[in-house]
Design a protein around this ligand. Sequence first.
Ligand SMILES: C[S@@+](CC[C@H](N)C(=O)[O-])C[C@H]1O[C@@H](n2cnc3c(N)ncnc32)[C@H](O)[C@@H]1O
Length: 260
Amino acid sequence: MTTRAGPPASDVPERYTLGYSNAALRFLLRRTLASHGAFFSSRLESGMTVLDCGCGPGGITLGIARRISPGRVVAIDRDAGQIEFARRSAEEEGVDNAEFREASIYDLPFADATFDAVFSHALFEHLSRPVEAARECRRVLRPGGLIGIATPDWEAFIVAPDTPARRAALDAYCAGQRRNGGDPGIGRKLATVLTEAGFVDARMSARFENYDPLAAICEVMADQFERDGMPEHAQTMSALQDDPLGIWAQAWVSCVARRP
Ligand SMILES: C[S@@+](CC[C@H](N)C(=O)[O-])C[C@H]1O[C@@H](n2cnc3c(N)ncnc32)[C@H](O)[C@@H]1O
C-alpha cells in the first residue's frame, strides 16, 4: 500500500511547536551524531561537504563536522538564536569546519548540486510542505548524493502506565502540532515524501529512544503545555516524571535516499 505524503498545505501557517525555551534547549543538547544520527553516520566520509537542515543548537552538527573533517558541514536553521548558539558552541569546542547560517529549508541559499550529502534531524514533522522542502534539498544535492532524514512518529509511542490523562496530553500535543502546520505522523511517510520529491532507493528504518530519566522529556513537554495555556496537561507531564513505574519510549523513523 502506498501512503501519500498528503497535499501541499501552503495555506497552513507554520509554527515551530517545540519553541526555544531553556527546557527545549536542554532537551536538544542531549543529542549527538552517535545517539541520534547513527542511521546516517556510516554514509559520511572524510572530506565530504554536508548540509544539515534545521540544526537547532547544533549538537549533531558538531558530530558531523568531526566525522567528515577536513570536509565541511554547513548547517541552516530559520531561527537566528539557534544559529548564534550553535556558532558559539563550535567556537568553544574548537570545531572550525562547521558553518552556520540563518535560512529556511524551503529556500536554501546555495547553488544547485553544492553538497555531497544532506541531513535533517527532527525538522520534517514541523513542516507543512515536506515534499517541497525535500525538493529543495534535492536541488542542492549533487547527483548520486544521499539524503538522510529522521523524525519522531507520535503514532507509535510507548507511554505507560496508560491513563486517560496521559493519553489526553499526548493527543493535545499532536493536535497542536497539526494546528501549527506540522504532521506528528510523518515518520512512516518519509520514504513517500522523498520519492515524491524525486529521490530514489528510499530505505526506512526505525528505533526507540527510551527517555531515562523521564524528566528528559517530561520537563520540555510540561514547559510547552504551560506556554500554550494547557496547565492540566503540564501537570500530567510533571506527575509522569515522578512516576517510578513510568516509561516514555519515542519512536524515531529515518529514511535514506539518493538523488538520481
Ligand atoms: C526539533 S529542532 C531539531 C534540532 C536538531 N536538528 C536536533 O535534532 O537536535 C527543529 C529545528 O528546526 C528549525 N526549523 C523549523 N522550521 C524550519 C524551516 N522551515 N527551515 C529551517 N529550519 C526550521 C527550528 O528553528 C528548530 O531549531
